[in-house]
Design a protein around this ligand. Structure first.
Ligand code: UT7
Length: 316
């Protein structure tokens, strides 16, 4: 595959750390030093669907395509207000596309899982153009009365259009079932046979465990894709990491003995936007003309599951 268009969209409301400190037992210094986050975009007036459609439209425009040119829509999303139909079906209707649609939930690593599925579809079928749109609203499932998770997340959507090509040099995925470290459960309807014993609870995360898993898995995944692509760190222009915590990114960078300029970030502005974080970052770099043609990009993400993935892809 090769990436032929990128797009992103973010909510208009920017919530600073000081704004959170007005109603949470937290402060700007703690959040900045522990996470690197200064502010995050939070859905207020707009909907996730609107953000997803805007990111999609931007990616289609960038690729010089229309919705009619799409052969598949893959949407990475953890949760939105529709359990069914899939968000990709809703996006399809809004942009007036007619292709098949599929949602996937690879948590924060969803973009890498979607790239893998797109690559398989491009190789197996007659598909030419596939839209991958990552649309996430984690602020709608964290506990806003509690400081440990609510300060970390932001909402947003990032999209790419991919087509046939030889630019994807290597991709690796791993899944290691570890439900307890990071989960979000919804309320089940009562039936005559099963009552709702447990109920909904906001996102639960063991931050320290996730931190360690994130660093070790990402370093291993990055080394694996570099080996499979027969490249070294020196061949890589940018490492685009899931924007979860600046200290996680720094720790991975130090394991690889690389300089900070190779690890672009936007976590300070947007917080952790889950699977949307890499495509949003990619779109920002692309629109700022910061990625030269033929540059090698290594992407790496990790999240609930525990799902992780990395890829090496040459910029077209
Ligand atoms: O997208 C993938 C999923 N998520 C992640 O990748 C997140 C991975 N984990 C992390 O980023 C970090 O573990 C956190 C940012 C969540 C937490 O940082 P930490 O350095 O691991 O802090 P901690 O959980 O060890 O807590 C240290 C202290 C605690 O107080 P005590 O027990 O030392 O008195 C916490 O209660 O910081 C306290 N604390 C806070 N203080 C102010 C926790 N959250 C806050 C807060 N403001 N928001």
């Amino acid at each position: 595959m090769k990436i032929i268009g990128t797009g992103s969209a973010l909510p208009s409301l920017s919530v600073t750390n000081d704004m959170l400190a007005r109603f949470l037992d937290t402060d700007d210094h703690w959040i900045q030093t522990r996470t690197g986050i200064q502010q995050r975009r939070v859905i207020s007036k707009e909907s996730l669907k609107e953000l997803a459609v805007k990111a999609t439209q931007n990616a289609l425009d960038d690729a010089g395509l229309t919705a009619a040119d799409l052969d598949y829509i893959l949407c990475s999303n953890i949760a939105n207000n529709y359990v069914t139909p899939a968000l990709s079906c809703i996006i399809q209707g809004e942009i007036e596309a007619t292709c098949p649609c599929l949602d996937l939930n690879g948590a924060c690593a969803g973009f890498l899982y979607a790239l893998d599925i797109a690559e398989a579809f491009l190789n197996s079928y007659q598909d030419k153009n596939i839209l991958i749109v990552c649309a996430e609203e984690p602020t709608r499932f964290v506990n806003w009365n509690e400081r440990s998770t609510s300060v970390l997340f932001g909402d947003g959507a990032g999209a790419v259009v991919v087509t046939k090509g030889t630019n994807l040099k290597a991709l690796t995925l791993t899944t290691t079932s570890k439900v307890d470290v990071l989960y979000y459960r919804r309320l089940l309807e009562n039936t005559p046979y099963a009552a709702n014993a447990e109920g909904t609870e906001p996102l639960v995360m063991n931050g320290r465990d996730v931190f360690k898993l994130a660093v070790s898995s990402s370093v291993a995944d990055i080394k694996k894709v570099m080996q499979e692509a027969s490249i070294t760190c020196e061949d890589v222009s940018y490492f685009l990491l899931h924007q979860a915590n600046i200290r996680i990114i720094d720790s991975i960078r130090e394991h690889l003995s690389q300089s900070p300029d190779k690890f672009p970030q936007n976590i300070e502005k947007y917080g952790n936007t889950s699977s949307a974080s890499i495509p949003i970052l990619l779109d920002e770099l692309s629109r700022a003309n910061k990625i030269k043609s033929k540059s090698m990009l290594v992407m790496s993400a990790f999240g609930a599951g525990f799902c992780t993935g990395a890829c090496a892809i040459e910029w077209d």
